[in-house]
Design a protein around this ligand. Sequence first.
Ligand SMILES: Cc1ncc(COP(=O)(O)O)c(C=O)c1O
Length: 397
Amino acid sequence: MDEIRKHFPILNIQNRGKKLVYLDNAATSLTPNSVLDSINEHYTTYRASVHRSVFELGEIVTNKYEESRNNIAQYIGAKPNSIIFTKNATESLNLVADAWGFENLKKNDIILLTNMEHHSNIIPWQVIAKKTGAILRYIFFDKNGELNLNEIENELKKGVKVLSVTHASNVLGTINPIKEICALAHQYNTLVCVDGCQSTPHLKIDVSDLDCDFFAFSGHKMLGPTGIGALYAKEEILNQMSPYQTGGGMINDVGLYESEWTEIPHKFEPGSPMTAQVIGLSSAVNFLKEIDWESNHGIAEYVINKLREINGIEIYGQPKERTPIVSFNIQNIHSLDLAHLLDYEGITIRSGHMCCKPLMDTLKISGCARASFYFYNTFEEADIFVEKLKKSINILL
Ligand SMILES: Cc1ncc(COP(=O)(O)O)c(C=O)c1O
């Protein structure tokens, strides 16, 4: 573990004067030296504009950018042409809902979502439903925080145009059976859009094997820099779609009144791209490929077992397959107070609605506390978290 942790310089810093115990990985992960170095190398040795400049630096940066696309595509089992760079998963999901939805949804078409979705996978669909007259329907998770395939099939039978579902819940930790869901949906000619934000950091993703139609993810949750995400979409779908945004770099020809788009993926990447971020994300992917890591190395189960001993605790989600996320509330204590007290112990956890208000409504809570782990978190840190949590509860009760 020390070998892995030494790659992350930030793990040595202090938070409010105490040794940092970083447990907000589901919000954003930490960054290894190799990613920082790759960004520094770009800015210090081959800074130039991508896809535009003929001089040597321009050639180098363009090659690096496209090599990064190849690398990131290969990491998730995709062809490079079907990877569109965006600023984050939120933008990827907006791209699908807006660009695909506007041309393919009409009045009374059904958009199927689940009540465990992040706001980023709800609001874009609400907006496009209003624009097109399409109808939103929801699948509700069960008492364990899992989706029921029979219920999904019952909805699909009614004729669903698109099902947009998270691969892993950022509150319950549930890993949804996306491969089975895609197979089922395709039987009923339904397209599947997957929010892969919480799965790409923890699982080996193969979009070809999953056979999803769209897959959105963010780089900053998987060791990459901020400001970079991607959308995978099947090539034939991307080829049929019109651009989401327009401008320089995405055209074959421009006249005064008409323009002609270039091929994918550039058709969906107008303007100067996020060069440093793409290079950094590729480096993050290399890190994930090269080191021997197991994301949920039993740490979530370890913490959950310890938390169960606490009086008045409610832990949300008991799925069979989970990511290392533990969300909970303590009776008569506000999650914000817990997060504040833990902060002064050096421990960073998240509190609030986690951008999942419909999920919170289902659980009849306004928010909760969440400790989220990654492969660099130790069992010693888990123990510190539980000990300081108990101390905070004693102060607050
Ligand atoms: C499940 C899920 N979907 C989407 C998002 C949005 O990610 P971003 O803010 O990087 O666009 C998040 C972020 O927490 C998430 O957890």
